[in-house]
Design a protein. Structure first.
Ligand code: 13P
Length: 246
């Protein structure tokens, strides 16, 4: 069992990493861990979590969100964190950040839900973008509840990311991976039309994932691209586009 003192250090460590990547700006973002007794250890509201937050600044709330320890209020997005914990008894940590490429994709209305890279199929199944909700309000947890049962990572339209995990480093890793996928996808789109994985490739990846003991991921529900053109048609359209830009 990890001590609360160590978990406090873990949150500060993760917040610094997120800030160093540029996925927290100023007082953006929040991180929490569910303690063994069901209370939640969370970042305080309105504090710069990358530069000016120490272990002692963290807040403890009970399962209903009521503050039980700490000098200030917990994050203004605490209800989103609580919703994630309520829907997912299996998770121990929640990370909400403002990753640049993920948010840019949502602003442009471009989905990252397609199976573009093997790591999407292995780690996420899919990366859904939730509907726009007003940050800090009850709208955010209401929307998150629709997705969190099936997905460990999602983009909150025009707002940020939400990732969850068995510990705070697992939730952080999913943020890092999701933003990396977004960055690669952005660069690829700058070079030309992008080619999603084919249905056969996805099926093979799912088989390999099962053999590796990875959790079964929901691939299609937030995407449905595979229901569209078949592989031959995708190739013909790509060739057509290639000819027209040459
Ligand atoms: P808090 O400082 O209250 O956690 O708010 C930051 C944020 O990102 C709100 O969405």
């Amino acid at each position: 069992m990890t001590s609360e003192a160590q978990l406090r250090r873990d949150i500060v460590d993760v917040c610094k990493r997120i800030y160093e990547h540029g996925w927290f700006a100023a007082t953006d973002g929040n991180v929490s861990i569910r303690l063994d007794d069901g209370r939640i250890l969370a970042t305080p509201t309105g504090v710069h979590k990358g530069l000016r937050m120490t272990e002692d600044d963290l807040i403890v709330v009970d399962a209903s969100g009521k503050r039980v320890a700490g000098a200030r209020d917990a994050s203004s997005e605490m209800r989103m964190h609580l919703a994630a914990y309520q829907e997912r008894p299996d998770i121990k940590a929640v990370v909400h950040a403002h990753p640049t490429n993920c948010i840019a994709f949502s602003l442009a209305g471009v989905s990252l839900a397609q199976c573009l890279l093997p790591e999407i199929v292995f780690t996420f199944g899919s990366i859904p973008t939730t509907a726009y909700t007003t940050p800090t309000t009850e709208e955010v947890p209401a929307e998150v509840r629709k997705w969190i049962k099936k997905y460990d990572a999602m983009i909150l339209d025009r707002h940020g990311s939400l990732t969850v995990g068995r510990d705070v480093f697992a939730a952080y890793d999913k943020l890092e991976r999701m933003e990396h996928v977004a960055e690669i996808t952005y660069r690829a789109r700058m070079l030309g039309p992008i080619r999603p994985l084919t249905r056969d490739q996805i099926t093979r990846l799912q088989q390999v994932g099962q053999e590796l003991g990875l959790p079964k991921r929901e691939v299609c529900e937030s995407c449905n691209v595979c229901e569209g053109p078949d592989e031959g048609m995708i190739r013909r359209v790509a060739e057509e586009i290639g000819r027209s830009i040459r």
